[in-house]
Design a protein around this ligand. Structure first.
Ligand code: CMP
Length: 220
């Protein structure tokens, strides 16, 4: 539990007390945990695997708000701003989760102001990131957004090796396009162009970044 940034500042006693209130769960790949619009009463923390948070338009198109990995939390908006779930949560890979009921969490937060502060910090950084995404949608072209999404995935899921940074993102090309907010064709074209320049190598559900500096520059 303490590997999650939210709870990293807890002492043994607090971690134990919180741990005893949490429920463990498992999701199979592609399993939906909850749908946008559902009533929400729990906060989740990913302990293993990846979760995607997405919304769909009236005509059935999908947009991915975020891909979350181990240590990250979700399901807090419907607690602090009571209302339906703001996105659908689906397992990208097999997942292990811990969860806590909103009522229990509220009581617990009152006794642990440092965790409340950490939670506010995470909400603030999520808002910061969302502002960046909105600005990129307005100001950046698709290749720039693809480069940015790849660098973000690389920073969180990448592993350095002799031949580059191996980013096992587990996403299909369709999901990558939904994350960038562009059509699959334009996203594929941008990826193929980066590959042709020798900046990266494409593999199924993963990418090897060979020239991170060039890709970062393209992301700006
Ligand atoms: P909730 O609305 O309870 O259920 C869906 C969850 O998706 C939401 O809480 C947040 O935890 C998460 N979420 C919604 N929007 C974003 C976003 N832009 N970035 C990251 N996570 C989000």
């Amino acid at each position: 539990l303490r590997q999650a940034p939210l709870f990293s500042g807890l002492d043994d006693e607090a971690a134990e007390s919180l741990g005893s209130k949490m429920t463990s769960g498992h999701l199979r790949r592609s399993e939906v945990l909850f749908h946008e619009g559902d009533e929400g009463d729990r906060l989740y923390i990913v302990t293993d695997g990846k979760i995607k948070l997405g919304r769909s338009s009236a005509d059935g198109r999908e947009n991915l708000l975020a891909i979350l990995g181990p240590g990250q939390m979700f399901g807090e908006l419907s607690l602090f701003d009571p209302g339906p779930r703001s996105a659908t949560a689906t397992a990208v890979t097999e997942c292990e989760l811990e969860s806590l009921g909103h009522d229990e969490l509220t009581k617990w937060l009152e006794e642990h102001p440092n965790v409340s502060r950490a939670l506010l910090g995470q909400l603030a950084s999520r808002l910061r990131r969302t502002n960046d995404v909105v600005a990129d949608l307005v100001f950046s072209d698709v290749p720039g957004r693809v480069a940015k999404a790849l660098m973000d995935l690389s920073n969180r899921f990448g592993r350095k090796a002799d031949d580059g940074i191996h980013v096992h993102h587990d996403l299909t090309q369709e999901e990558l396009a939904q994350l960038v907010g562009a059509s699959r064709e334009t996203v594929n074209k941008a990826l193929a162009d980066f590959a042709m320049r020798g900046w990266l190598r494409l593999e199924p559900r993963s990418v090897v970044i060979i020239e991170p500096d060039r890709l970062s520059k393209r992301a700006r």
